[in-house]
Design a binder for this molecule. Sequence first.
Ligand code: SF4
Length: 219
Amino acid sequence: MTLDPAERLARLLEAARGWPPPTLTTPWPVLFSGCLAGLRCGVDGSDNGPHPLMERLRVLPTLRLVAFCPEDVALGTPRGLPDLTGGDGFDVLDGRARVLLDDGTDVTGPLVSAAERMVDVAQREAVRFAVLMDMSAACGSQVISDGPRLVAVRKYRVGFGVAAAALFRAGIPVVAQRDHRTLDHLLQRLDPTGPRLDAPVDHHERDWYREAFPSAPKQ
Ligand code: SF4
């Protein structure tokens, strides 16, 4: 599977075209980051909101919501702020990078275990895809922080968080909450008569992303 965001998201839509239409009796099971599902599982005990598009998606009767917060499972809520150090989520899974809290505590092991549990849940529920919160050390799928974010100048890098990487390796397509072009296409399947998003673009097509990563590599 490719990690290039354009190709990766195009493959999700290609796969979705082959799925039977979701119905009231056979809704699509979809995995959501817990906070995007409205759970108050953010580091500060909030739902990291508001997320109007997520609120619209998660109440559709053609969608069966499966919510999971890997950081809450790993560390509880509230908690310190975890960030990736020395690589991305794939590097963490392969033992080449770590996840550290803002006070320096190493939480790599619990995060990896929680990511594996998230994969177990996703497979047990046979989710079609996962909608995950970007820029999280666990759930990011387009952009993550490069080192601790509570510094004078926060650094970013293209990449996956730990849970997103584990899901990707398990063959579960991942879309970020900011990937509006892709979500709009999925919304069309889930809610064919509902309104479309206005001029939607995916996160890697936005000005911020292009300016932050001018040579935006194929991942
Ligand atoms: S780990 Fe994921 S689900 Fe949990 S608060 Fe962070 S972004 Fe949301």
